[in-house]
Design a protein around this ligand. Structure first.
Ligand code: ATP
Ligand code: MG
Length: 590
């Protein structure tokens, strides 16, 4: 397994990058991560972020965070902000590297783009400052992209087409030429300028590349380069009413930023000939970027497209984009997963050319590995039942030593209070247990972790027959680690002192869907797990009153937890990040 300190991963894309450096084709590697700000980033994007920023980091190159913002009607500043926050969180641990954020306000100058100078935008490495830096925006290049479109028209390689979007689709499907394909250059230039000037309504005209309507690759069948959209853009305001299509804007944004390796998911493989056609058709003096494709992440038990995630949010099936059950980076963060665990996951799954379904156990493994090393151990009881130690006086009080993390001696130890009345987990007592039940039962003994062996002498019930209290005796010679602790019992359970415990709201999250491929039948909402959230009021050891959102906790014998943003000093709230063991694997075997 690759950890953060282990050697960098190797895969076919990194092999290409290494070979390009070795051969001298490139002296500096420049990648980019280009999300469209039309939703929050999800764990699939995390794979792409770790790949693009990872390559830049490993090969001493640069990676730009670029908003691929060419569709004004779907994009919003809220999404831009969330993307910046998520990327910073995910790669922020690589503190040596403030990747690809450009100084605020500084835009590429036209002369650079026109190729009169060989200068290209250099992204900034600056470990000191983050506030002054902002991402790149494809919409900052709209002027240049427009000029490139004019250049294509001048070369006879693009024309204004008056067909409706439906007709255009139909003609492209059938491999038929548009009647407007023969329009002269002057007329095209005039019409395109008037499109830009706002003379025509939405959908009335497009600018199309003149390539080959009979190409077996449908993307080359005179694709649309520009469309009319009278809509306000989150970044350019009302400056534009024509917007470049993804395929036109993307390769040119890569060129403008001096990207060397433009890495995307496999669906774009069929777009690559168009990517190359556009760049090769223009007079571009600098080295052209190249596109490489890898298999996207598909993760079991979740859906990942932004459109579907948005449905979950809009239909209030989750509490928001950052609901801890969501596969969004913000949800995963809120759940308590650390960036290091997510990066380890991204590295462990590797980069291939074959689409597949990644088992959640791979993600969960990375999370457990990380939390096991770093989480502070604490005692908390999720479903309390009272225990009274009848052979102790009411005022009995002592403090016991408890280690903070057996995996990390430097985490030290703490004192936990112990008194006559305790809470233990309801599940740790059974009145009529099966044969191999080693926890507490009538007449049976169990060890309280860090404390003593107790024996259950009497079971107290309410009128309805529910067990409400266990009256036990404590063996004073059995103190953990004490000189007299000379005997063993089979079971050890966790507990908290009733008088000193604090209450916390604990949110027990489970998988959001009950089936590995919720969208296989096209109806993912039918497969929502009705038990994906259970809220309990837990009794916790007092030190958890000061729990920090920067730290992670293991409630011993239960699970890993993190402080939620809803937490207040008077009412701490914890999210269950993950159970200690894979409970679903057990379910499957039943
Ligand atoms: P979605 O289809 O989930 O809505 P998208 O592809 O439209 O996502 P973009 O914002 O365009 O989202 O994606 C930004 C980058 O992230 C692209 O380079 C894309 O290839 C990559 N990416 C998106 N989804 C995944 C995934 N599941 N695995 C790996 N990379 C992904
Ligand atoms: Mg996309």
């Amino acid at each position: 397994m690759i950890t953060e300190n282990a050697p960098a991963p190797s895969d076919f894309i990194r092999d290409i990058v290494a070979a390009d450096l070795q051969s001298g084709l490139h002296t500096k590697i420049h990648t980019r991560f280009p999300p469209e700000p039309n939703g929050y980033l999800h764990i699939g994007h995390a794979k792409s972020i770790c790949l693009n920023f990872g390559i830049a980091r490993e090969f001493d190159g640069t990676c730009n965070l670029r908003m691929d913002d060419t569709n004004p009607t779907k994009e919003e500043v809220e999404y831009v902000d969330s993307i910046i926050a998520d990327v910073k969180w995910l790669i922020g641990g690589w503190a040596d590297y403030r990747l690809g954020m450009k100084p605020k306000g500084a835009l590429p100058e036209a002369k650079e783009i026109d190729g009169k100078s060989d200068f290209h935008l250099s992204a900034i490495r600056n470990p000191q400052s983050e506030i002054e830096f902002e991402p790149f925006y494809a919409s900052d290049y709209f002027d240049q992209i427009y000029e490139y479109a004019v250049q294509l028209i001048r070369k006879g390689l693009a024309y204004v087409c008056d067909m409706t979007p439906e007709e255009t689709d139909e003609f492209r499907r059938l491999g038929k030429e548009s009647h407007y394909r023969v329009r002269g250059i002057e007329e095209n230039l005039d019409l395109f300028a008037r499109m830009k000037a706002g003379e025509f309504p939405d959908g009335s005209r497009t600018l199309r590349a003149r390539i080959d309507v009979s190409s077996p690759n449908v993307w080359l069948r005179d694709p649309v380069l520009y469309r009319i959209r009278h809509a306000e853009h989150h970044h350019t305001g009302n400056k534009w009413c024509i917007y470049p299509m993804y395929d036109f804007a993307h390769c040119l944004s890569d060129y403008v930023e001096g990207i060397t390796h433009s890495i995307c998911t496999l669906e774009f493989e069929v777009h690559r000939p168009l990517y190359d056609w556009i760049l090769e058709s223009l007079d571009l003096p600098r080295r052209l970027p190249h596109q490489y494709e890898f298999a996207r992440l598909n993760l079991a038990y979740t859906v990942m497209s932004k459109r579907k995630l948005m449905q979950l949010v809009n239909e209030k099936l989750v509490s928001g984009w950052d609901d801890p059950r969501m596969p969004t980076i913000s949800g995963i963060r809120r759940r308590g997963v650390t960036p290091a665990a997510l990066r380890a996951f991204a590295y462990n799954i590797g980069i291939t050319k074959y689409n597949g379904l990644t088992d959640v156990s791979v993600l969960e493994y990375a999370i457990r590995e990380d939390l096991n090393k770093h989480a502070l151990r604490r005692l908390a009881v999720l479903r309390p039942i009272k225990v009274v130690l009848t052979n102790l006086p009411a005022e009995h009080y002592e403090e016991l030593d408890a280690v903070n993390n057996p995996e990390d001696a430097s985490a030290g130890s703490r004192k936990i209070p112990f008194g006559r009345e305790l809470f233990i987990e309801h599940d740790d007592f059974m009145e009529t247990p099966p044969p191999k039940f080693f926890r507490l039962k009538p007449g049976g003994e169990v060890r309280l972790k860090y404390a003593y062996i107790i024996k259950c002498e009497e079971v107290v019930k309410d009128d309805a027959g529910n067990v409400i209290e266990l009256r036990c005796t404590v063996d004073p010679d059995s103190k953990s680690g004490g000189a007299t602790a000379n005997r063993k019992v089979k079971g050890t359970i966790h507990w908290v002192s009733a008088a000193h415990s604090i209450e916390a709201e604990v949110r027990l999250y489970d998988r959001l869907f009950t089936t590995p491929e919720p969208d296989a039948d096209g109806d993912f909402k039918q497969h929502l797990n009705p038990n994906s959230l259970e809220i309990v009021t837990a009794k916790c050891e007092p030190s958890l009153a000061e729990a920090s959102s920067d730290l992670r906790y293991q409630f011993e014998r239960l699970a890993y937890f993190a402080v939620d943003k809803d937490s207040t000093p008077s009412r701490p709230v914890f999210n269950r990040t993950i159970t200690l063991k894979d409970t679903w694997a057990k379910e499957m075997k039943k």
